[in-house]
Design a protein around this ligand. Structure first.
Ligand SMILES: [Zn+2]
Length: 231
């Protein structure tokens, strides 16, 4: 199982869920759900990367959290969240295991372990969103872009990311010209190579050095909450 969360589901719980799981390919920019809409399915990404974005009345959207094969999207609905509080959008195309919402809810109600796993995951997503708020208010665009590229790289397990500068600017909530300047600086430093709508990561260690602390902080939250790391 390529989804780390599903991997942690106990055997009996997984057997209950299995008949309701369906692997589906999703194209980049597919919208899984809209803000204020009822969530109908739960999504366990196995190749795709999904962004949870805040939408504004002016049409702008800014990313609050990024979820991939280390998590699940829409699980709050199975925990009785009634409507989506953000938009779920596929940021990098790939496969997602789609699960029936009632099946997950019923399995969670029968299993304290599964319920606990889902709650811990929601807490990890919350930690990511609050980190994004602090990051937006405090950190420079270059450090934020490095953080963002590293997270996308971890989830997509690849060094080539299909992102246009417009899209990056939108996700980071900055002007496109700021992204152009920063991308140029990172390219000149040999950390990335940027060509029409594609970013190739050449030096992940260098990106880590240039990223703000938020990358490491979010990683640690995930490890503590979902991988049982204690320290
Ligand atoms: Zn930051």
């Amino acid at each position: 199982m390529k989804n780390l969360l599903l991997k942690q589901v106990g055997r009996a719980d997984f057997e209950r869920l299995e008949p309701h799981l369906k692997t589906t390919a999703f194209a980049q920019h597919s919208v899984l759900f809209e803000t204020d809409q009822k969530i109908k399915h739960v999504y366990f990404p196995i190749g795709a990367v999904v962004s949870l974005v805040v939408t504004l009345s002016t049409g702008e959207m800014v990313e609050a959290a990024m979820v991939g094969s280390d998590g699940v999207v829409g699980a709050s609905a199975a925990l009785d969240g009634r409507v989506a509080v953000c938009r779920g959008i596929v940021q990098l195309d790939g496969d997602i295991i789609v699960c029936d919402i009632d099946a997950l809810k019923s399995a969670a109600l029968q299993s304290p372990n599964l319920l606990s796993l889902l709650i811990r995951h929601e807490q990890a997503v919350y930690a990511q969103a609050q980190q994004s708020a602090a990051c937006f208010a405090t950190h420079m665009v270059e450090a934020r872009l490095c953080r963002w590229l590293l997270r996308a790289r971890d989830l997509s397990e690849g060094d080539t990311l299909n992102f246009t500068q417009e899209y990056l600017a939108e996700m980071l909530g900055v002007r496109r010209t700021s992204v152009t300047v920063v991308a140029h600086t990172l390219q000149a430093a040999g950390l990335i190579k940027y060509a029409r709508g594609k970013i190739q990561i050449l030096d992940a260690d260098g990106l880590r050095e240039s990223a703000c602390e938020c990358y490491g902080t979010v990683k640690l939250h995930y490890e503590r909450l979902l991988n049982g790391r204690r320290d």
